[in-house]
Ligand binder design. Structure first.
Ligand code: MTE
Ligand code: MO
Length: 498
């Protein structure tokens, strides 16, 4: 049989298989869509260096690149299935079967899988094999049957299109946007206004508060979980006297507070971009745990997201006096945006996000550090990770050309939950000069610095280092982000021109 025909059969069958799985997943559970399950499993299995490479190279588009790559592989496999099936349908059938089994394995490997979820990849397997066999039987060896064959292929492709759209519609039918729009958060205690002079954004630092759509984003979710506030439940259990199941309304009935807090990711290289600040609105997590009654010996709060991601937080950090740990419902005056963990996430100042900031939070278990290893601990990151004192140069930019003479360098510094005492700057390894600090908002947020330099024409290197309120100055010893956060002084090479 002609290769063009068998290739068409291969491609249409792949499309039919994916669409059937997507449609059934739309009914039983959106995350059971085999394409997404394979993608999510790939993310979980990716070795760390590759993940870092993907984030460095593609930034926040890394997931689109993954999905695109998977699509290319599937098209290639469709072509191969066609090419090897010119004499007999069996090689292509076998390939379709193997692909189907990969889908089933990926769905079974998801932490969110329920008994029903398996129906989705099963539908893919059955439809993929059946489409391939049927179209092959329709394909004519000679010219006259061509029209009928093309109609059959078009019918299968059209059916796949309808199924895919149907699956998408079913998955999106839970109207989270409406749920989110219907919520008004009125904190009883609002955060003090950001004072004048809290940032040096005119000199190149970020604005003090990060707009919600500019807040950095780091998570393993290939598709943003869609959970309505009405359907949300938090199970609080494990080593507690009173197990609880809380609804969103239960949280709204508690005192809502607003706090200005900086969130920072452990995977920042020195000078990295993953840090932002928001007015978080939520309820006190220490108060909630006191109500539940934490049993002696429970030293880890293990939390789980609806997408299966897990996190472990020291109970001592949450319960420490003045900890400001919260279950957050909102940011900057609005309910959490979906990609920020709507309806509820955790925030614990002083700890990197991967050990504290669970988004789409649905389960919290009091346990021990010996008793449970969360997602990133299973992948070689530290179980405990307080934020390290750090500073960053924001101006000049790398290799920027600036006028010689008077020049204002600026940047940010943070020593979360301890506070910044001073920042010093030096040029070309010369003497350290004290920088001017911005007005302090609170010890849980970043602080901006600026310093006036007098520059001779030529190439220069500027470095900064921060000292926290305990008197500890950040070390220049270089450490990589793994396992518990990078260290070293940030430096910037630039040129001043006469
Ligand atoms: N469910 C879930 N929550 C998560 C993560 C995740 O992958 N899944 N990543 C964590 C990490 S590593 C960080 S740094 C913060 C980032 O939160 P943001 O995306 O709102 O900035 O979320 C944390 N919460
Ligand atoms: Mo992170």
């Amino acid at each position: 049989m002609k290769a063009t025909r068998t290739i068409l059969i291969g491609l249409v069958s792949v499309a039919a298989a994916l669409a059937a799985g997507h449609l059934v997943a739309g009914i039983v559970s959106p995350l059971a869509s085999p394409f997404l399950a394979v993608g999510n499993t790939a993310i979980d299995l990716t070795p760390h260096p590759v993940k870092d490479f993907a984030i460095r190279t593609f930034g926040e588009n890394d997931k689109l690149v993954l999905l695109g790559g998977m699509a290319v592989v599937l098209v290639a496999l469709g072509v191969v299935a066609g090419l090897v099936s010119r004499r007999s349908p069996w090689p292509g059938t076998a390939l379709a079967g193997v692909l189907g089994l990969v889908g089933i394995a990926a769905v079974l490997a998801r932490p969110t899988t329920t008994a029903w979820s398996v129906l989705a990849p099963l539908a893919s397997l059955v439809v993929g094999v059946a489409a391939f066999r049927w179209l092959w039987s329709q394909a004519p060896a000679v010219a006259p049957g061509r029209r009928r064959f093309l109609l059959s292929a078009a019918a299968v492709a059209g059916g796949a299109g309808v199924a895919a759209v149907g699956g998408q519609w079913l998955a999106g039918r839970v109207d989270v946007e409406a749920s989110r729009r219907g919520i008004a958060l009125r904190p009883g205690e609002t955060a003090p206004g950001i004072p004048f002079g809290a940032d040096f954004s005119r000199e190149g630092t970020p604005t003090f508060l990060t707009p919600n759509d500019e807040f950095y984003r780091v998570d393993t979710a290939l598709t943003v979980p869609r959970l309505r506030a009405e359907d949300w439940r938090l199970r609080l259990h494990g080593m507690v006297d009173n197990e609880m199941v809380l609804t969103y309304d239960d949280l709204l009935r508690r005192p809502l507070v607003e706090k200005t807090i900086t969130l920072v990711c452990v995977s920042n290289e020195v000078g990295g971009p993953y840090i932002s600040t928001s007015n978080f609105i939520g309820i006190s997590l220490p108060d909630l745990l006191r109500e539940a009654g934490v049993r002696p010996g429970a030293d880890q709060l293990a939390t789980r997201s609806v997408d299966g991601w897990t996190c472990g937080t020291p109970v001592a950090s949450i319960m420490a006096p003045g900890s400001n740990a919260m279950l957050a419902l909102g940011m900057n005056g609005e309910p959490l945006p979906l990609e920020r963990g709507f309806p509820v996430r955790m925030v614990v100042p002083g700890l990197y996000g991967y050990v504290s900031a669970t988004k789409w939070l649905v389960d919290a278990e009091l346990t021990t550090f010996d008793g449970f290893d969360p997602y990133w601990a299973q992948r070689g990151w530290a179980k405990k990770a307080p934020v390290k004192v750090m500073s960053r140069v924001d101006r000049p930019k790398s290799f920027e050309r600036v006028p010689a003479g008077r020049f204002v360098a600026a940047g940010i510094a943070w020593a979360q939950h301890i506070g910044i005492d001073r920042v010093e700057v030096r040029v070309d390894g010369g003497p350290w000069q004290p920088a001017t600090l911005s007005t302090e908002v609170n010890v849980d947020t970043w602080r901006m610095w600026r310093v006036e330099l007098d520059l001779k024409p030529g190439s220069h290197t500027v470095e900064c280092r921060a000292t926290d309120r305990t008197g500890y100055t950040q070390t220049n010893e270089r450490a990589a982000p793994v396992p518990d956060g990078a260290t070293g002084w940030h430096s910037m090479v630039f040129t001043s021109v006469a």
